[in-house]
Structure formats: structure tokens, C-alpha cells
Design a protein around this ligand. Structure first.
Ligand code: PBG
Length: 326
């Protein structure tokens, strides 16, 4: 009775009700985080050329977007800032009236229920576009840490619910945890971009956040794409320094890293479905080469199947729409 013709795997695929009954992975709107780019100035809603459907918003233009996110029941957003001025140390990134700090306050006023995650990294605020302080042509790890801590505290003061360091400096989770605790933010969790690779898939994001490095690249601090065991060491280090949640980024070319992280650690695991992954889908859909809605749902479900609990994705609104009529 264990071989064909008695055994027929197609029995459980005969109709949608049967398929739903045996479905192993189900994407939920609660799994999704939507990234928002906030830019200094007023009355701005700029579509990002390489990311159709994604915009830079000035703070005064965020209301409509937040309303839509609320209606779609998307539980969280992650914020990136495009400041008016950049300098060597990225000081507009930790100014109390910085663009992200203003956006956090505005969003929490519009809807206090939305989880506001803030990206903690200097690259959008430094004149050279690197993720920390540059000395002798390279990012100085230890000199960067206190600035990241300042930035995390300033986001928490503005009302951020979760801070997410994405710089890949060694020791930053520990320094940020200590600084948050000292400032009275013991209950603000840290989501660390723990296994963040030096990826070509970030290209469109750097247009969106105007954060491309002005010289060199990020390979001396972000991870080398061929490595997976090293990713486990990064995640382990961040957890031991106090990370409450950990991230693997990008997602699609790194599903094996997500799976291994899920099997190795018990912390909530986040995957970032990054800008280049989004743009490829948009470009192919625009050409009529793929069915966008189906491809998006398949991609997000596969990231969850690989082991992610939470997915940061520019497709969040479209996915939420598909899920609400499924
Ligand atoms: C900041 C940061 C980057 C992304 C998220 N945070 C860019 C980078 O490291 O160059 C990329 C997100 C995306 O591509 O969607 N360091």
C-alpha cells in the first residue's frame, strides 16, 4: 500500500479547499513591515525612478500614506531619512529635529498603534555615504559606535518603538543597549541587521535614500555573500550583545541563510526583501513577463517558508491587498 498506484500525492491537491487544508505556510498581514523614505522639505512626494510605486515623502505628506497602511492593517513601518545637510559625521542623523525624528513623532500622532521601526545607520547622513566615521579611507568601527548610540536614543526619544541598527559595526548592539537603558528606554527592543551582506541588490535603495558611498564600497563592514557560517557567528554575537530580534538581508538570494538562522536560533527572525528584489519584479511585470500579484505572493511566502517570522518588503501594501481578498 505504500507505492503507486495506491499512493497518489495528487489526491491532496484536487481543489483549493483541500489545498488550503494541507497548506504548510500561510502568509499573514501581521508578518509585514513597510519601508518609508522621508525627505526634508514640504509638499514632496517623489516617485523613485528605479522603484516604481515607492516614494520619498516629506513629513507633511505622510498622512495619506499612514491612512492607507492603517486601512490595510499593516502593523509596522521602517523609516529611512533623506536629510537636508550631510557632513563627515552624519550629525543630522542624531539631531532631535532630524527628518526621521520628526517623521516618527508625526506618525505616532497619526496612529499610535503602528509600530515605528527606525533604521539606525549613518550612511544617509554622511557626506561620504559610508555607514560610519571614515579614518584613513576606511570606516572606523569604535569611533562610530557612540554616534550610533546617540542616533538610537534620539529615535527612542522621538517615539520609535523598535530601533534597527543596519551599519554592521562590531559591538554596536551592546553599545546601543547600554545607551538606551541609561536613557530610560529599557523596553525599546533592538532589531539588529545581524547578517547583512554587501549586496548588489541594494542599488535602487541607494537612489531612494541618496546614500551611495562616494568612494569605495561597503565590503569592509558588510558580509561577504558566499559566507553562511559567518552569518551564524554574526547573529550569535548580536544576540549575546542584547539583540531582541535578528535580521538576514537580502532575502531571496539568501534563503539558505534564513533557514539556517531559523534552525540555529530561537529569536524572532526578520528578512529584508530589499530594493533590488522589488525592482526586478516591477520591471518584469511592467514588461508583461510575469504576473506581478502571483509572483509577489510566491516570493513572500517562500521567504516565510525559509523560516522568516517577519518580512520587510516594498510589496507590503500590494500583498496586504491580496491577502484581504484571498
Ligand atoms: C543602510 C541601509 C541600506 C539598506 C537598508 N539600510 C543600504 C545599504 O546598506 O547600502 C538597503 C535596503 C534595500 O536595498 O532595500 N545602511
Amino acid at each position: 500500500m505504500t507505492e503507486f498506484p495506491q499512493k497518489r500525492l495528487r489526491r491532496l491537491r484536487r481543489n483549493e479547499t483541500m489545498r488550503k487544508l494541507v497548506r504548510e505556510t500561510v502568509l499573514n498581514v501581521n508578518d509585514l513591515v513597510y519601508p518609508l523614505f522621508v525627505i526634508h522639505g514640504n509638499d514632496i512626494k517623489n516617485e523613485i525612478a528605479s522603484m516604481p510605486g515607492t516614494y520619498q515623502f516629506s513629513v507633511d505628506k505622510l498622512a495619506g500614506e499612514i491612512e492607507e497602511i492603517t486601512e490595510l492593517d499593516i502593523p509596522a513601518v521602517i523609516l529611512f531619512g533623506i536629510p537636508e545637510t550631510k557632513d563627515e559625521t552624519g550629525s543630522s542623523g542624531y539631531a532631535s529635529d532630524g527628518v526621521v525624528q520628526k517623521a516618527i513623532k508625526a506618525i505616532k500622532q497619526m496612529n499610535p498603534e503602528i509600530m515605528v521601526i527606525s533604521d539606525v545607520c549613518l550612511c544617509e547622513y554622511t557626506s561620504h555615504g559610508h555607514c560610519g566615521v571614515v579614518k584613513d579611507g576606511d570606516v572606523d568601527n569604535d569611533a562610530t559606535l557612540e554616534l550610533l548610540a546617540k542616533m538610537a536614543v534620539s529615535h527612542a526619544e522621538a517615539g520609535a518603538d523598535i530601533v534597527a541598527p543596519s551599519d554592521m559595526m562590531d559591538g554596536r548592539v551592546k553599545v546601543i543597549r547600554i545607551a538606551l537603558d541609561e536613557a530610560g528606554f529599557e523596553y525599546i527592543p533592538i532589531l539588529s541587521y545581524a547578517a547583512k551582506y554587501a549586496s548588489a541588490f541594494y542599488g535602487p535603495f541607494r537612489d531612494a535614500a541618496e546614500s551611495a558611498p562616494q568612494f569605495g564600497d561597503r565590503r569592509s563592514y558588510q558580509m561577504d555573500p558566499p559566507n553562511v557560517r559567518e552569518a551564524m557567528r554574526e547573529i550569535k554575537a548580536d544576540i549575546s550583545e542584547g539583540a531582541d530580534m535578528v535580521m538576514v538581508k537580502p532575502a531571496l538570494a539568501y534563503l539558505d541563510v534564513i533557514r539556517k538562522a531559523r534552525d540555529t536560533f530561537n529569536h524572532p527572525l526578520v528578512a529584508y526583501n530589499v530594493s533590488g528584489e522589488y525592482s526586478m519584479v516591477k520591471a518584469a511585470a511592467h514588461q508583461g513577463w510575469v504576473d506581478e500579484q502571483r509572483v509577489v505572493m510566491e516570493i513572500l511566502t517562500s521567504i516565510k517558508r525559509a523560516g522568516a517570522d517577519i518580512i520587510i518588503t516594498y510589496h507590503a501594501k500590494e500583498a496586504a491587498r491580496s491577502l484581504s481578498c484571498a
